[in-house]
Each structure stands twice: as C-alpha cells, then as structure tokens.
Design a protein around this ligand. Sequence first.
Ligand SMILES: O=P(O)(O)OC[C@H]1O[C@](O)(CO)[C@@H](O)[C@@H]1O
Length: 251
Amino acid sequence: MKINILEDYQELSQAAATILIDRVKKNPKSTLGLATGGTPKGTYQQLITDHHQNGTSYQHVTTFNLDEYLGLAGENPNSYRYFMNAQLFHHIDIKIENTLIPNGVTMNTVEECQRYEQLLEAKGGVDLQLLGIGSNGHIGFNEPGTSFESRTHVVDLASTTIKANARFFPSIEEVPKQAITMGIGTIMKSKEILLLVSGEQKKAAVQRLLSGEVNEEFPASILNQHPNVTILMDKAAAGQGDRHRVLNGSY
Ligand SMILES: O=P(O)(O)OC[C@H]1O[C@](O)(CO)[C@@H](O)[C@@H]1O
C-alpha cells in the first residue's frame, strides 16, 4: 500500500483529484469507480474546477458508483444518483448514460444486482476505484461480516451507519435501512484503488486498517491484499503522533 499524508482536507482533495485527472488523461476511455458520502465531495469540486480551467474531458469515461439506497429514486435529493448528478456529473462533460449507479427502486433486486455485475464485466472492470471508509471499516455499504467474496448485493445497514448518515437526512427515521452495494469481491477486482480518509473520527479505522489484520469483521482490511492501493489521509485521520511512523511511504 502506498500511504500519503496530506496537511488537511483541502490538500487531500487536491491530491485525489490530481490522481484521477492523470488517469483520465492517460486513458480517456477510463472506467472509474466512484463513491459518495462526505469525503469525496472536495475531490469532485476539484475535478469540476479542473474541467472548467484546463478542459479535462470525460466524454469517453464510464463511471460505476459503489452503492445506492434501496427505496430512493434518482429524483430524491438523498439518493446517491441525485448526489452524483449534483456534485459532479452535471458540471462536467460526461455522458449521463455512461454514469452507472444501482437502481434503488428496482422491482427485482436480484436481477438488478446481476445486471450491475454484468455491466461491470462488459466494461472490463473498474480501472480506478475511489473509496471512502466507514468508522466501522465498511467500504461501499459492505458492513462488518460481509464475505470478502461478495458481489453486488442488498445489505442491511448497520445501526452505526444509519446514525452516521442521518446527518444528510431531515431525520434519522428517513434514512433507508437497506442499500444495494458493489460487493467486496467486486471492489477487489478494480485494477487500482484510491482510498480517501479524512478527520479524526476515522483515526481508529485507519489504525486498524494499517495493523495489517485481514478479517471480515473489518471489511476494509481486505485492501491489505490488493496489489495497487493508495491511501490518502489528512493529518487528523493519521493522528498527530502517527505522522512520522507512516510518512509518505510504503509499509
Ligand atoms: O465519507 P463519509 O461520509 O465519512 O462516508 C464514508 C463511507 O460511508 C458511505 O457513505 C456509506 O455509508 C460510503 O459511501 C463512504 O465511503
């Protein structure tokens, strides 16, 4: 794993955007895996700024998002489709039909999960997957205990996840209890992974990830077995004392 510690959230977002832009320039037909939540918002802002200032084009890029709440249609401001359109897609030149997100209002979740996996396979998989991490180690919406072999599936959200994500909803009662998420096996098939970690509340998760333990009770721990992972974290997530131990290197 490559680990890069940035001064703050702003620098972290800039560093993540720089990597994404580099990959898109090298391969304008890239397939990007994208994430939602608070962490990647700054990265998306940087991509939009770069698109306007430097003209980086996404015309031939395809994107697959990690997850979507079950029961929320794309028009719902709390759906991840709505989030992605508002935070990124509507501000760059990507073709909206090339932005794939699981359908949260499907009548048949089994078929929807299979369809998503097939679309991914038809595209040859994800070139670069952007990830965040939950405080309990979830990646996508894969909660502790999810099989490392899992493919796109329906999950019951952990109560801690519901609580954490309630900040985006008018009330905690309105947070959906289930979601469709790419599986851990699906995520691990990505050729390259970029994990963003920001804030002191993620410090414990980072420490557990870097302990090297690989355990289904801590989903992100599987990243220790991926051959091409970069972790970008800000100082707050790294912890002040940890700075010298894991400074900008490999371990
Ligand atoms: O970036 P945040 O808001 O801390 O979320 C962390 C992770 O949690 C999720 O939002 C799911 O709860 C993921 O999509 C995200 O990567």
